[in-house]
Design a protein around this ligand. Structure first.
Ligand SMILES: [Zn+2]
Length: 354
């Protein structure tokens, strides 16, 4: 059985995946923006035990709406360690890609030579927050013995695989082309000695989106595709390269977390035609950004036959999205599930196959 707790991550992502005979194995994916840690995540983790045991923390990419809460979680762990106290969480592994590690995988040493420009680019608010959060998490990981992306042993890129107590994890993205696009940007910044090249990549979202980790989880015949803020075309490319998508049949998963909070900029009709799910999850609040875009909902529903049964889950009450789904739902069989505002999490259970 796979179960998911999608927490109220506001405009970001923060969720737990449970598996194992009684759901005792736990993966934490992202931490939402900083405030989500104190408001929701810390309390939810404390319900897991004393200390709570987490098999792996995965940060999909270093951007405030995913990393902020994890920065605080690791800060708490480091503080306890420095004070000689018991650690508040027993975390076995941390998976995350820094953009620098990805760039260096293709071009060793390139990120170090661009670092002075990076420091100048970090004066920009959008770059600076992300740069510092990546640095904070990396600095905490060493003393907490969580560096090295165990068992991957390096950046998580397309084709990497791991097995975690009967949970098979396959990395779908970033794929080689995404890493190449990052490398080219770093090379261009270096050649032009222009930090603006990097700043632009953060401001338009291309750097965080290209570096976003996409995971395919498989457990006892059940599957989930967790897409971070990746671009839909890169997710499809990764699935094709893995031989999971042949262009003839769509790829079916039990659960799909939509990329980038349902932004219409990350997906197109082709994405939904190629990837089908029984449970579509949109982690967004519609407040900070107009997520999910109504166009995304139209593409999703338009990709399915009217009599097909599936559920669209929203982690928050979003009036404009719910109105669009109600309109689209006329004459169609799909269901809509919105997190109860009084509840801590949107719970989705995917039972064993009979
Ligand atoms: Zn995001």
């Amino acid at each position: 059985m796979l179960t998911f707790d999608f927490l109220d991550a506001r405009h970001g992502d923060c969720f737990l995946v449970h598996w194992g005979p009684s759901g005792e194995r736990v993966m934490l994916v992202d931490g939402g923006p900083g405030g989500v840690y104190g408001a929701t995540l810390r309390g939810r983790l404390r319900q897991l035990g004393d200390p709570p045991h987490v098999d792996v923390v995965c940060l999909s990419h270093v951007d405030d709406d995913h990393a902020g809460g994890l920065v605080r979680l690791f800060r708490d762990m480091r503080q306890a360690q420095q004070d000689g106290e018991a650690l508040p969480y027993a975390v076995d592994a941390l998976w995350f890609n820094s953009v620098e590690d990805l760039v260096d995988r293709r071009a060793p040493g390139l990120s170090a030579s661009v670092r002075p420009l990076m420091e100048r680019a970090a004066a920009d608010a959008a770059v600076g927050a992300s740069y510092r959060q990546g640095r904070d998490i990396r600095n905490a990981a060493g003393p907490l013995h969580l560096d090295g992306n165990v068992p991957f042993g390096g950046p998580l890129t397309e084709g990497a695989e791991a097995e975690l107590a009967d949970l098979d994890v396959t990395v779908v993205a970033p794929d080689e082309q995404a890493v190449r696009e990052l490398e080219e940007r770093w090379r261009e910044a270096k050649a032009r000695e222009d930090p603006g090249v990097i700043t632009a990549g953060y401001t338009d979202g291309s750097v965080p989106n290209l570096s976003s980790i996409v995971l395919l989880l498989r457990h006892e015949g059940r599957t989930a595709l967790l897409t971070g803020d990746a671009r839909g075309d890169r997710v499809l490319a990764g699935l094709r390269e893995l031989g999971l998508l042949d262009g003839a049949e769509p790829f079916h998963v039990d659960l799909l977390k939509l990329p980038h909070h349902g932004s219409g900029r990350n997906v197109d009709t082709d994405f939904f035609e190629q990837v089908r799910a029984d449970h579509y999850v949109i982690s967004a609040d519609g407040v900070r950004h107009h997520h999910p875009d109504e166009e995304t909902l139209r593409m999703l529903v338009g990709s399915r036959d009217p009599d097909e049964e599936y559920v669209v889950h929203l982690t928050n009450h979003i009036p404009f999205a719910e109105e669009e789904l109600a309109r689209l739902g006329e004459g169609r069989a799909f269901g809509v599930d919105v997190r109860d505002p009084a509840g801590q999490a949107l719970l989705i259970t995917i039972g064993d196959r009979p």
